[in-house]
Design a protein around this ligand. Structure first.
Ligand SMILES: Nc1ncnc2c1ncn2[C@@H]1O[C@H](COP(=O)(O)OP(=O)(O)O)[C@@H](O)[C@H]1O
Ligand SMILES: [Mg+2]
Length: 371
């Protein structure tokens, strides 16, 4: 699957754009603020039906205009698929596949998958556990529809139980009959969801360490550990024993909403002890593991979007990455770089077709493909 061409109208800093892509490597180069990331974001829209950077759709309409339209021509299983995503200011976003308007975004998401590696991914390392749970939940949900349903069920019960806990705490009276149905749901779903998360990690971790070893040339060892009280034998007891604490803190303190995915480097927390380059390598390895998982599930390669991926990496690590790309481990790849000479240096002499696109102020200049 690959994106053959892209047409933009009034999307972010692009007035009108019509650009052709290589099915191998596309390098978008240009100064800061020229529109490289916006172009990746347009591709992200075509796949996920939303921006990876600005969740407010309306703000992605070019300033002082009243609509945007993103049209992509994909080649998928040897057929052309045209996806159009458009938004008129003040109206609802529309998604078309060919001439058919899709009723729900969920009818489309996952059909033409992309994996994005972007600088703001570092939140996965630096922020609290919620952002990691969200990342892994959305990845698991793409593979397992059941998981999402159970997760929604869990969240609803959690919300309701927290409300009850609050009223109990305020009135200093506990009504066990009222809370018990929610306790049962939370205990049952925690056990189920933690089992899926654990199984997912068993599949994910070898892929993550594999990619990290390649990028880092085994200079250091990383690990990911799934942490959950719900995988303990005595989870139900822990949950029930926490009621006093729950009342004191006025929220549910035990359950899979407290899980974490712990990243370490050479046995120490990555957030505190990893260098910027090591953290970046870790994030890239996570995304490449995500790529492998999606590829296996779909039976074809997602599009890989690499935003400013070379920054903070040393030349050895960049070389390893470029080699992986050139070895056709990935399908179509988009790489942005504010330093054209670096990208040209690292992609020179590759067997893959390299298409260098110069981006300047919401316009692109394309040169003949370099073989
Ligand atoms: N809705 C919008 N209308 C017009 N310009 C926008 C809009 N949203 C973002 N931009 C502009 O896009 C530019 C950033 O583009 P970006 O793709 O992030 O640059 P880079 O090439 O550094 O990745 C900024 O100048 C920003 O003002
Ligand atoms: Mg950028």
């Amino acid at each position: 699957m690959y994106l053959e061409n892209l047409k933009l109208s009034q999307f972010k800093n692009y007035g009108h754009l019509d650009v052709l892509f290589s099915q191998d490597i596309n390098c978008l180069v240009g100064d800061n603020g020229s529109g490289k990331t916006n172009l990746l974001d347009a591709i992200h829209y075509l796949s996920i039906t939303k921006s990876a950077f600005n969740p407010v759709d309306q703000q992605n309409i070019q300033h002082d205009t009243d609509f945007f339209s993103i049209i992509g021509g994909f080649i998928h299983k040897e057929k052309k698929v045209i996806i159009r995503c458009s938004l008129v200011r003040g109206e609802k976003k529309k998604i078309f596949e060919g001439k058919n308007q899709l009723e729900k975004a969920s009818d489309h998401i996952g059909h033409l998958p992309v994996v994005l590696v972007a600088p703001n991914d570092s939140e996965l390392i630096t922020e609290g556990s919620e952002i990691r749970r969200k990342f892994f939940d959305s990845l698991i949900a793409q593979l397992n529809r059941d998981y999402l349903e159970h997760l929604i069920n869990y969240s609803k019960a959690l919300k309701r139980r927290n409300e009850l806990i609050k009223t109990f705490a305020e009135s200093s009276k506990v009504n066990h009959d009222l809370i018990e149905p929610y306790d049962l749901i939370l205990i049952r779903e925690s056990i189920y969801l933690s089992k899926i998360r654990k199984e997912f990690c068993q599949e994910f971790i070898p892929k993550l360490t594999h990619h990290y070893e390649i990028i880092s040339e085994k200079k250091e060892k990383i690990s990911l550990k799934y942490q959950s009280s719900a995988i303990d034998e005595d989870f139900e007891l822990q949950f029930r024993n926490a009621l006093k604490k729950d009342l004191a803190l006025q929220r549910t303190t035990v359950g899979i909403h407290r899980d974490d995915f712990v990243f370490k480097i050479d046995g120490y927390p990555l957030k505190k002890f990893g260098s910027q380059g090591q953290q970046k390598s870790f994030l890239i390895a996570i995304k490449l593991a995500q790529f492998d998982i999606l590829k296996n599930k779909k039976g074809f390669k997602p599009i890989l979007l690499l935003d400013d991926i070379f920054d903070k990496l040393d030349d050895h690590r960049i070389e390893k990455l470029v080699k992986m790309i050139n070895d056709h481990q990935f399908g179509q790849v988009f790489i942005t770089d504010a330093r054209p000479e670096r990208t040209i240096h690292f992609t020179k002499g590759l067997d893959s077709e390299v298409n260098v696109i110069y981006v300047e102020n919401g316009k692109v200049k394309q040169y003949a493909h370099e073989e």
